[in-house]
Design a protein around this ligand. Structure first.
Ligand code: SAM
Ligand code: SF4
Length: 467
C-alpha cells in the first residue's frame, strides 16, 4: 500500500531524475480477457492511456468499447477541475453492479485524481469495490499490480518528484497518422490555482536522442504528424546537462523531415525569440500556437503566479503574429479566480478583443485542495462567475467564427485522419493552423495531406472539397 502525500508532492529537491529504460515484457497471463478504458482530461492523459493499452495488449488482454463486456475497467482520470470527480465516481458506481454477473471484474482508477489524498481517502472509506488505484508515476508497474490483485483493495500511488521512463515504441497509438510524443514530464511553475505540479512531479526532460529516435521511428512507420507534449514545453532541456533547448530540439525534430510538427503547451513566460524564429523557419513546424492567457488583469495574473503582465503577453502575441506567417493562436482563460472584480474581468475581455483568438478553452475557476488559491477567501457568487463565462464565450466564439470566415474559398493543406462523424462519406482532418475540416474526397485519401478548397466556414469547423 502506497498512499499519496501532498507534502511530498510539493517538494522540489536538487536530485536528478533517473533515466530508466524499460523492456517490454510479453506475457500471456490474461490471454483473452477483455478491458475497457475511459480517459478524462488533457493530451498527456490520452497519451498515458496509449501506454496503458500497450501494456494490457501485451498481457493478452483485448480492448472492448463497451464496459459491460469487460473483465477489467480502467478510468484514467483528471484532477484539473472538481467536476470530473462526480462523473468518475458515478461511472464506477454503475460498473460496481456488474461485479454480480462477473465476479472476476476488476475496477481500476488511475491518473491525476489518484494522486490526490482526499480522493484516495474517499476511495478507501466509501468505494471499497475499487480494486486498484495507481498514480501517474508508476504506470509501467501496472502488469505487476494486476498479477498481485487478490480481492483486497490495492492503493499504489507515489508522490515523488518522478523519473523518466523510456518505454520505446510500446504505445498502442490511437491514430496511424498523428502521434503524441512526450518531451518532458511534470511542472515546476506552481501557478497558484493548479494541481498539476502536485499530481505530475517536477519538470524533467527526456534526452533529445530518445525523442529524436522516437520521431524517426514514427516517420518510418508512416506517421505524418507528431505533437510534442509537455505541461510547459519551452522549459524543455533546462534540467539536462549538455543537451538541447526547446528551440534546438524543435529544429532537430524538423530536420527528421516528418511532415508536420506541433507542440503543446507553451507558457508565455519563457517563450524565446529563438523559438519564434525556428517556428517561422521550418515549413514542417505548423503555424499554430496554444498560448494560455488565464487572465488579462495584472492583479489576477500576479495572484495566479503567472510571471507575466498583460502588456508582456500582448507584446509576445504581436511578435508571434508578425514573425510567423499565417499563425493561428488559441488560448486558455479562467474566469472567477478568487475575488476577480468586474474591472479585472474587463481586462480579460480587453485582451481577447485585441488578440481576436482563433479559439479558446474557457473555464470557471475550480478550487483544488492543497493549492494556494484554494486557501484564498472568495467573495464572488457563482452566478456572477457563470455570467462572466457566458459573456466571455460569446466574444470568443465571435472571433473564432470571424477567423474561420477568412478561410472561405481558400485552398488549405489538410491531413485527413478519420471518417467524419456526421457524414461517413466525408473524411475529416486538420489544416496546418489546426482548423478542423470535413472534406468531400476519395476515401482512399485517408492518412494523406491533400489540397482542399474551403466551401463553408462555421464557428468551430470548416467544410471543403478536394481539388
Ligand atoms: N500547462 C498548461 C499551461 O500552463 O497553460 C496547461 C495545463 S492545464 C491541464 C490546462 C488548463 O486548465 C489551464 O491552462 C487552465 O486554464 C485550466 N485550469 C488549471 N487549473 C484550473 C483550475 N483550478 N480551475 C479552472 N481551470 C483550471
Ligand atoms: Fe498548471 Fe501553471 Fe504548470 Fe500549466 S504552468 S501545468 S497551469 S502550474
Amino acid at each position: 500500500m502506497n498512499l499519496p502525500d501532498m507534502n511530498e508532492a510539493r517538494k522540489r529537491t536538487r536530485t536528478k531524475p533517473e533515466f530508466i529504460y524499460k523492456d517490454f515484457v510479453n506475457n500471456d497471463k490474461f490471454l483473452g480477457q477483455k478491458y475497457f478504458i475511459k480517459t478524462y482530461g488533457c493530451q498527456m492523459n490520452v497519451h498515458d492511456s496509449e501506454e496503458i493499452c500497450g501494456l494490457l495488449d501485451n498481457l493478452g488482454y483485448i480492448q472492448v468499447e463497451d464496459e459491460t463486456q469487460a473483465d477489467l475497467i480502467i478510468l484514467n482520470t483528471c484532477a484539473i477541475r472538481e467536476n470530473a470527480h462526480d462523473k468518475v465516481f458515478g461511472f464506477l458506481g454503475r460498473c460496481k453492479h456488474q461485479k454480480k454477473d462477473n465476479p472476476n471484474l476488476k475496477l481500476v482508477l488511475c491518473g491525476c485524481m489518484a494522486q490526490e489524498k482526499s480522493v484516495v481517502d474517499e476511495i478507501m472509506s466509501k468505494h471499497k469495490y475499487i480494486d486498484l488505484v495507481f498514480g501517474t508515476h508508476n504506470i509501467h508497474e501496472l502488469p505487476n499490480y494486476l498479477m498481485e490483485l487478490d480481492g483486497k483493495q490495492h492503493i499504489e500511488v507515489k508522490s515523488n518528484e518522478g523519473n523518466v521512463f523510456e518505454v520505446g515504441e510500446s504505445y498502442k497509438r490511437e491514430s496511424k497518422y498523428t502521434a503524441w510524443v512526450n518531451i518532458m514530464y511534470g511542472c515546476d511553475k506552481f501557478c497558484t490555482y493548479c494541481i498539476v505540479p502536485y499530481t505530475r512531479g517536477k519538470e524533467r526532460s527526456r534526452k533529445s536522442k530518445d525523442i529524436l529516435k522516437e520521431v524517426s521511428c514514427l516517420k518510418e512507420k508512416g506517421y505524418k504528424e507528431v505533437t510534442l507534449l509537455g505541461q510547459n514545453v519551452n522549459a524543455y532541456g533546462r534540467d539536462l546537462e549538455d543537451d538541447l533547448t526547446f528551440a534546438q530540439l524543435l529544429e532537430e525534430v524538423a530536420k527528421t523531415g516528418i511532415d508536420r510538427i506541433r507542440f503543446v503547451t507553451s507558457h508565455p513566460w519563457n517563450f524565446t525569440d529563438e523559438m519564434i524564429k525556428t517556428i517561422a523557419k521550418y515549413d514542417n513546424i505548423m503555424p499554430f500556437i496554444h498560448l494560455p492567457l488565464q487572465s488579462g488583469s495584472n492583479r489576477i495574473l500576479k495572484l495566479m503566479g503567472r510571471r507575466y503582465t498583460k502588456d508582456e503577453y500582448l507584446e509576445l502575441y504581436n511578435k508571434m503574429k508578425k514573425e510567423i506567417p499565417g499563425v493561428a493562436i488559441t488560448t486558455d482563460i479562467i474566469v472567477g479566480f478568487p475575488n476577480e472584480t468586474d474591472e479585472d474581468f474587463e481586462e480579460t475581455l480587453d485582451v481577447v478583443n485585441q488578440c481576436k483568438y482563433d479559439g479558446a478553452f474557457t473555464f470557471i475557476y475550480s478550487p483544488r485542495e492543497g493549492t494556494p488559491a484554494a486557501r484564498m477567501e472568495d467573495s464572488i457568487p457563482m452566478e456572477v462567475k457563470e455570467d462572466r463565462l457566458q459573456r466571455l464565450n460569446e466574444v470568443v466564439n465571435k472571433y473564432s467564427n470571424e477567423n474561420n470566415q477568412k478561410y472561405l474559398n481558400t485552398v488549405q493543406k489538410v491531413l485527413l485522419i478519420g471518417y467524419s462523424e456526421k457524414d461517413k462519406n466525408k473524411l475529416y482532418g486538420y489544416t496546418e493552423t489546426n482548423k478542423l475540416v470535413n472534406v468531400i474526397c476519395d476515401q482512399k485519401e485517408l492518412g494523406n495531406i491533400i489540397d482542399v478548397k474551403i466551401t463553408e466556414a462555421k464557428s468551430f469547423s470548416l467544410d471543403g472539397e478536394a481539388i
